[in-house]
Design a protein around this ligand. Sequence first.
Ligand SMILES: Nc1ncnc2c1ncn2[C@@H]1O[C@H](COP(=O)(O)OP(=O)(O)OP(=O)(O)O)[C@@H](O)[C@H]1O
Ligand SMILES: [Mg+2]
Length: 310
Amino acid sequence: MTSPVTLPGMDGRHPSMLKLYDLVHRAASANVSALIVGETGTGKELVARALHELSHARDGEFVDINCAAFPEGTFEGELFGWEKGAFTGSVGSRAGLVEAADGGTLFLDEICSMPLHLQAKLLRVIEERKYRPLGASTKRRSNFRVVAAASMSPGRMLSEGKIRADLLYRLAVVKLEIPPLRERGADVDRLARHFATDCCGGVQLCECLLDGMRDHPWPGNVRELKAAIQRLALTSDGDPVCREAWTDGPSAQSVPGRADVETLECILEQHGWDIKAAAKTLGISRTTLYKRIRKLRIKRPGIEAESVFN
Ligand SMILES: Nc1ncnc2c1ncn2[C@@H]1O[C@H](COP(=O)(O)OP(=O)(O)OP(=O)(O)O)[C@@H](O)[C@H]1O
Ligand SMILES: [Mg+2]
């Protein structure tokens, strides 16, 4: 059985995440509508799937609809289906996504991209648990749980006119806010190690890399971190991956001095202070490495700097 403080497929132990996991468990068993809010890549889809897996609807389908993916003209038909002859060219009838979600979960991702007139129809379907396929004379029943996701705050959705207030209030019986990765502290290390083990063959990550990653703003959130680890694993030659290798993150030159010192110390330690090998890892000449060591006044533990490097 899943522990109450975890969610399937999700790692992270920051207090804000533990609170979120707890709320997801409560919401799942209460079987109410939910609105998930979070920046891109924070894990909204994972949370939506967890809500489904932990709910009574788990034996039904999880119907994932990206509201931004449908052209306005075809969205209604995709949602509610149609009868034969409903429109020019409709030679047969077709079931809609609302029907497929019967007994399961209808996940409306990027709800703000749903046209407002369709939002009004959706609200009625949610209230009545009935829908009418295009061209049909009678309504049909579908009992599904609605979960919606958005990357902007409810206040902004309303002020920008992206969502009808009545639909928003109906959806946000439970509001699940996923914090951005930059606000999750040590979860950055934890997730980096998680991806290194889980999808990158257990590649080792150096402390200096994790230090740098903790300071990065991660505009793409967990997705960006996962991609960074995957890229680093691909270029790794089996040694622990250092910060210098993370060229698509903040460059070693642009971060404060302390981080430069730690990066170099870390690489030098790794190579037993073999300057030639460390320079090779860094992709710089031995002369450049010597200059950097002097400039940053890095000392080999227990030995005077000048005696080591002359
Ligand atoms: N807490 C987590 N633990 C492990 N993996 C995670 C976690 N959060 C997100 N991920 C991974 O990060 C990636 C992005 O997650 P997801 O697709 O759920 O984000 P999203 O908020 O729906 O993004 P978007 O707004 O772009 O649709 C996925 O590969 C997912 O598996
Ligand atoms: Mg998503």
